[in-house]
Design a protein around this ligand. Structure first.
Ligand SMILES: *Cc1c(COP(=O)(O)O)cnc(C)c1O
Length: 410
């Protein structure tokens, strides 16, 4: 008799996006001529940068010639040309000293933020924000770090940190002692960012408690305010206590190409039960090399092109399109009386529903009256109740039309 891993049975149904899909389909069936505009998708819509396409085509040609063909990447952590471009452009240019040996290339920040918990003991206490990117939660449930459901989509055994208007959507370190802390700035779904001072509190907390911060910076290139840190390593002492996750998905349109990286600084250590310090970098590399054979050469060549002069300019232009949409959404909705957050340093707008209206009810109103798809905030965690998330990905004409319709029904 084959036993199942019962941790998987603790998972609550992935309810949010299937339910959004179900409601949209039901509405379309009854209203086949409705022109529905989606402001719900968390995926990019603009094509890849021409510099990336050029580099990938060149790489394809190299793979077709015996002299330049490449098989497995023996380093197991990504080609040096890409790690060098990342180290110099993303870090050293901003006076953050991250070396190529501290960068591990992967196929996505989803897999990295999902897999990282594997190298840490099951007894660690995990702290997460509410609302949250569901990957951090579900992977810890699968691993067995939680008990069963605790109501409102929560699990016993996890420390939830609500992000609310009261704390400006950036949680303070908890009173209790936790060991693994997931932070995501710029934040999905809220669009909030953390200041240097706020992140410093977390770094201090991690030092005091020998905890580790898992910092998801997938939206780092959307930051427009110059005083907001792009990397947790801009905070003194962060290299001893933080792992940073980055991705080409949202910053360079790679959601369908797949390339990302994780930074594990040399100074970063965790402990054995008897208190011996162990370096984390080699363990993460060992894990990756055992379970993953690397990102394709063609993809890594495309990712490196993001750091060329033309590549940088082109991805900036694309981000400007999305952030232009974000500004339009933010300003139009504020003007007509809604309270909105985010959309300045992130492609997400967090809209407060009218008083007394739930996330799902407001979702239904937008769908039925304005034919606009949003994402109910409650689906990201109980502290998201009373909000909806709008995304700035999409064509500007569609965004304008969606906003006109919302204005008409408001
Ligand atoms: C989109 C997203 C990612 C990126 O995932 P990839 O696997 O690199 O495509 C990571 N974290 C958050 C919070 C995201 O929204």
């Amino acid at each position: 008799m084959t036993l199942i891993n019962e941790n998987f049975l603790k998972l609550q149904a992935g309810y949010l996006f299937p339910e959004v899909g179900r409601r949209v389909r039901a509405y379309k069936e009854q209203n086949p001529n409705a022109k529905i505009i989606s402001m719900g998708i968390g995926d990019v819509t603009q094509p890849l940068a021409p510099a990336v396409i050029k580099a990938m085509k060149k790489a394809v040609d190299e793979m077709g010639r015996i002299e330049t063909f490449r098989g497995y990447d023996d380093s197991g952590v990504g080609y040096e040309f890409l790690r060098k471009a990342i180290s110099e452009n993303d870090f050293k240019a901003r006076r953050v000293d991250i070396d190529i040996d501290e960068i591990i290339i992967s196929d996505g920040a989803k897999s990295d933020t999902a897999n990282i918990q594997e190298i840490f003991g099951l007894d660690n206490v995990v702290a997460l924000s509410d609302p949250v990117y569901p990957v951090y939660v579900d992977t810890n449930v699968m691993a067995g770090r939680t008990a069963g459901p605790a109501g409102k989509g929560r699990y016993e055994g996890i420390v939830y940190m609500p992000c609310t208007e009261a704390n400006n959507f950036v949680p303070e370190p908890p009173k209790e002692k936790v060991d693994l802390i997931y932070l995501c700035f710029p934040n999905n779904p809220i669009g909030a960012v953390a200041t240097k001072k706020q992140l410093s509190k977390w770094v201090d907390y991690a030092h005091k408690n020998k905890a580790i911060i898992l910092f998801d910076a997938a939206y780092e290139k959307y930051i427009s305010q110059t005083d907001i840190p792009r990397s947790i390593y801009e905070i003194d002492g962060a290299k001893e206590v933080a792992i940073e996750f980055r991705s080409f998905s949202k910053t360079a349109g790679f959601t369908g190409v797949r390339c990302a990286f994780t930074v594990v600084p040399r100074q970063l250590k965790a402990y054995t039960k008897d208190g011996r310090a162990v370096e984390i970098g080699p363990i993460w590399k060992r894990r990756q090399c055992t379970k993953f054979n690397g990102v394709s050469y063609i993809t890594q060549a495309g990712a490196a092109a993001v750091y060329t002069e033309e590549g940088k300019k082109q991805i900036k232009e694309t981000i400007n399109i999305y952030m232009g949409n974000a500004k339009l959404i933010r300003e139009t909705l504020s003007k007509i009386g809604y309270t909105v957050y985010g959309g300045v340093n992130a492609p997400y707008i967090w809209l407060k529903t009218p008083k007394g209206v739930s996330s799902w009810d407001f979702f239904d109103t937008l769908l039925k009256k304005a034919n606009v798809i949003s994402t109910p905030g409650a689906g990201f965690g109980s502290a998201g109740e009373g909000y909806i998330r709008l995304t700035a990905f999409g064509q500007t004409e569609n965004v304008k039309e969606a906003l006109e319709r919302i204005e008409t029904i408001s």
